[in-house]
Ligand binder design. Structure first.
Ligand code: BJW
Length: 270
């Protein structure tokens, strides 16, 4: 193990070699990976961009899309989350989002240790930290992150189908809401993602790309790893469709793997 790895590992209470402790202390892998990334960065502390997906919110009690059969009331997400599905059956699509909006406001749904770790990183890293999330929940903001781009929209907002006006919305929405022309503020398949120019600029400026809890099956997000240069780490409970594109992978629940990784980065940042 590199000398600096030993320093950071022991100060975090990790005393075994990375290989020996891999199956005993999950945080050892996190610290080893952070140290490998720090070696790649050298003395640089470049802007960090973080792509998150449904997996980061799984431990907060929100369902992922493609796990457990990936079905919602017998529908694939691809069949519910399209403009055509909304035109065909607005009640079904509104119900899909109403149930998720309601669930997001349940007392037991709270940001987890992974959301908190990213907020801490943003407050301590010497250059910018940007979260680009595919998630429509608000757990990054509730966890303390301020620099968040919601590329697929937000559950707690609705949008006017004709004017594009966006409003904060906490209760159910359906064809009788206001003037009856409101839809979830969500990017469905076949629709353009939000903030594409800012996302492209942010990816180009980054020197470290972290990708957390996404299956890597939905584009353009799944291609972001190819738009960055520099170090990259994927955090997921299992290998994904895009694992091979990353310099490093950490397998395990994000709430277990991310805090130790972030802690080691922050210690190096001083
Ligand atoms: C854990 C964990 C734990 C579990 N810890 N990990 C190129 C090639 C082919 C197709 C396309 C292409 N480019 C575009 C397309 C078409 C399409 C697309 O990608 N189709 C695919 C099916 C192939 N893309 C689009 O249509 C996009 N728009 C677009 O490209 O527009 C072009 C355009 C330009 C200009 C004008 C007009 C058009 C839009 C995509 C919109 C996606 N929308 C959805 C639903 C809406 C939001 C919502 O309801 O919430 O977004 S689909 C759904 O998938 C949702 C998610 O944000 C998205 C990604 O899912 P995610 O996050 O990866 O979740 P899961 O469940 O799949 O995976 C969870 C992962 O977590 C797993 O890997 C687990 O292992 C892991 N995990 N617990 C760590 N504790």
């Amino acid at each position: 193990m590199h000398l600096r790895s030993l320093d950071i590992a022991s100060s975090l209470g990790v005393h075994r070699s990375c290989a020996a402790a891999r199956h005993i202390l999950p945080t050892v892998d996190s610290v080893c990976t952070a140290n490998a990334v720090l070696r790649e960065l050298g003395d640089n502390r470049p802007p960090i961009v973080i792509l998150t997906g449904a997996g980061i919110s799984a431990e907060s009690g929100l369902m992922t899309f493609r796990g457990n059969g990936g079905l919602w009331e017998g529908h694939r997400v691809e069949d519910v989350a399209t403009p055509e599905a909304f035109m065909r059956n607005p009640e079904l699509v509104h119900r899909f989002y109403n149930e998720r909006r309601s669930r997001l406001q349940a007392a037991d749904v709270e940001p987890n240790a992974a959301h908190m770790a990213l907020a801490m990183l943003e407050s301590r890293w010497p250059t910018s930290v940007t979260v680009i999330t595919q998630n429509v929940d608000n757990l990054h903001e509730r966890g303390g992150s301020a620099n968040v781009i919601h590329m697929h929209g937000e559950l707690m907002k609705i949008r006017h189908a004709d004017t594009g006006e966006v409003r904060h919305w906490q209760v159910d929405c359906d064809a009788t809401t206001l003037d009856g022309r409101w839809r979830p503020h969500i990017v469905w398949f076949g629709e353009a993602i939000l903030e594409p120019e800012i996302i492209t600029e942010t990816l180009r400026a980054a020197g470290l790309f972290l990708c957390i809890g996404t299956a890597g099956q939905v584009y353009p997000a799944a291609g972001f790893v190819h738009e960055t240069v520099g170090a990259s780490v994927e955090f997921n409970i299992e290998p994904t469709a895009i694992t091979a594109a990353f310099g490093h992978s950490l397998h395990g629940p994000a709430a277990a793997t991310l805090p130790g990784f972030v802690e080691a980065l922050m210690m190096a940042a001083g």
